[in-house]
Design a protein around this ligand. Structure first.
Ligand SMILES: Cc1cc2nc3c(=O)[nH]c(=O)nc-3n(C[C@H](O)[C@H](O)[C@H](O)COP(=O)(O)OP(=O)(O)OC[C@H]3O[C@@H](n4cnc5c(N)ncnc54)[C@H](O)[C@@H]3O)c2cc1C
Length: 70
């Protein structure tokens, strides 16, 4: 297994883990995300994003990309 001793470990690739990983990447801080699930799945649910969530997506520079696919 690759060594990640100089990386910040993030457990779980949910929205919280992936947002944290994005922020670290923007700051050039090495990190690695560990996800236990082997598959990405779609749930077919509607998604509503709270103002706090919009702020985070704005900070990550992802809001326009999201608008294009939503
Ligand atoms: C049907 C449904 C609809 C929803 N709709 C909305 C909505 O419209 N708007 C909204 O804001 N919220 C919605 N939510 C709530 C939203 O999904 C959660 O608030 C959000 O996903 C929480 O994100 P999280 O990253 O904290 O956790 P999660 O999304 O639960 O991610 C945690 C991840 O960690 C992984 N994990 C857990 N333990 C380990 C381990 N030991 N090792 C490795 N990986 C691990 C899990 O597999 C998972 O991928 C909805 C939830 C459901 C179920």
């Amino acid at each position: 297994m690759k060594k990640f001793s100089d990386h910040i470990a993030i457990i779980g690739a949910g929205i919280a883990g992936l947002a944290a990983a994005n922020f670290l990447q923007i700051k050039n801080i090495p990190c690695v995300v560990f996800e236990r699930s082997k598959y990405l799945g779609e749930h077919g649910a509607g998604i509503s994003i709270s103002p706090n969530g919009i702020n985070v997506l704005n900070e990550l520079g992802l809001i326009e990309e999201l608008r294009l696919i939503s």
